[in-house]
Design a protein around this ligand. Structure first.
Ligand code: HEC
Length: 182
């Protein structure tokens, strides 16, 4: 009477061990082939690079471009077509004048803007967004950033113009703006 339950208990234990073994093999077996180590290495490397790039970006002057972007812009501006830049400002003349002592339109006059402080033109009521940047000089880099996305560069700026999407166009416009000096 006592041997029967003992046998079925052993049987159950053996089945259980086999089941655990099978489960363990299924769970860990394939895992050995694609061991987690190389997978981690793969996903860690780009992440490390990304955060290094982000650091580089935030270290770069102001909230503008990385060194690479500045170099790319420099090259575009070196090879820029000033006359084309002049014709591209048809996008801006609805709101800006470009000649010396030109009047204020919806936006300030832009003569001599490269090298001038932000929001420094007399007689124009700038937004708080640009006024809070008055200690900054307009350079080709931050003009490029502003013209890429006014609201990204100066959130709340009254220049709600969506921006000039093509890098070449921005470079030509900036090259033209650089010629506007006394
Ligand atoms: C729809 C009107 C409008 C258009 C189009 C427009 N702007 Fe503006 N722009 C403004 C206004 C308004 C301001 C002042 C923004 C502020 O106070 O926040 C401004 C400010 C600026 C400033 C900063 C001036 C300063 O004194 O700090 C620059 C540079 C500028 N615009 C360049 C351009 C260029 C280049 C174009 C054409 C590609 C252009 N804008 C098109 C309305 C416009």
């Amino acid at each position: 009477m006592s041997s029967r339950p003992a046998r079925s208990t052993w049987f159950l234990i053996i089945i259980l061990i086999a089941a655990i073994g099978a489960a363990a093999w299924i769970y860990f077996g394939p895992g050995y082939k694609t061991s987690p180590l190389p997978v981690l290495e793969h996903s860690e490397k780009p992440n490390a690079k990304e955060s290094a790039n982000q650091n580089e970006n935030s270290d770069a002057n102001d909230n503008e471009n990385s060194a690479e972007q500045r170099a790319a812009l420099e090259e575009l501006i070196t090879n820029a077509d000033v006359r084309r830049g002049h014709s591209l400002i048809h996008m801006c003349i609805e709101c800006h004048t470009f000649d010396e002592d030109g009047p204020v339109r919806f936006g300030p006059n832009l003569f001599g803007i490269v090298g001038a402080r932000h929001a420094s033109k007399e007689g124009f009521a700038y937004s708080e967004a640009l006024k809070s940047m008055q200690d900054k000089i307009w350079t080709q880099d931050n003009l490029n950033a502003f013209l890429t996305g006014t609201q990204t560069y100066a959130p709340g700026s009254r220049m709600t113009y969506p921006g000039v999407p093509k890098a070449e166009d921005r470079a030509d416009i900036i090259a033209y703006l650089k010629t506007l000096k006394p």
